[in-house]
Design a protein around this ligand. Structure first.
Ligand code: HEC
Length: 175
């Protein structure tokens, strides 16, 4: 090997390392919009999560058309959020796109959020607080198994702000 290559080789290796480190930094910097590391595939808890999405009401609100069609919505669309608003004294809320929301959290973050956050009505956040950690993890793994899809739900509107699309109006609402 010519001397200059022998000298250059460690340098090239160093450059390659540096490039890799820089690339990693870029990934890190842009990671807020990227999915958190994929959870361990675990068929049993994925199936449990699928079951919970069906029987714990998540699909009823977070899957467009689910309640109206008696659950006849392609699984590909499950939990992608809805643009049908829920209007009441709290303003107008839209069931979030859980496929996108959970892709931005680690499983640990999800458990913490689900156990402590209080979302606006009619989201039954209290049901999430009461859910076992195993069931919360199952929901997370199922949603991550489905993967991110769809668009974010419309933004929350405070009381008095008119909604553009259809809403389900609760009695005693503030328009
Ligand atoms: C009665 C309708 C309804 C049901 C049932 C329901 N949700 Fe919601 N959910 C909503 C609405 C509306 C919002 C938006 C609340 C807000 O704007 O604060 C929401 C918000 C959320 C959020 C916050 C997401 C974010 O954007 O940070 C999570 C997480 C969530 N729901 C999970 C669930 C899970 C899991 C289930 C099933 C156990 C469920 N929801 C059942 C209506 C519902």
């Amino acid at each position: 090997m010519p001397a200059f290559i022998r000298r250059a080789a460690p340098l090239a290796a160093a450059v390659a390392l540096l490039t890799a480190a820089t690339a990693a930094l870029h990934v890190e910097a842009g990671s807020t919009a990227k999915p958190a590391a994929a959870p361990a595939a675990d068929a049993k808890s994925i199936e449990r999560g699928r079951y919970l999405a069906r029987i714990a009401g998540c699909n009823d609100c977070h899957t467009p058309g689910y309640a109206q069609t008696g659950g006849k919505v392609d699984e590909k669309l499950w939990l992608t959020g809805d643009s049908l608003g829920w209007q009441g004294a709290w303003g107008t809320t839209y069931p979030s796109n859980l496929r996108l929301a959970l892709a931005k959290m680690t499983e640990q973050e999800w458990v913490r959020v689900a156990k402590s956050a209080q979302f606006r009505a009619p989201m039954p956040w209290f049901a999430l607080h009461d859910m076992s950690e195993a069931d919360l993890r199952a929901i997370y793994r199922y949603v991550r198994h489905l993967g991110p899809a769809g668009e974010p739900a419309p933004a929350y509107l405070p009381p008095g702000q008119a909604a553009k699309g259809p809403v389900i109006a609760f009695p005693g609402q503030a328009h």
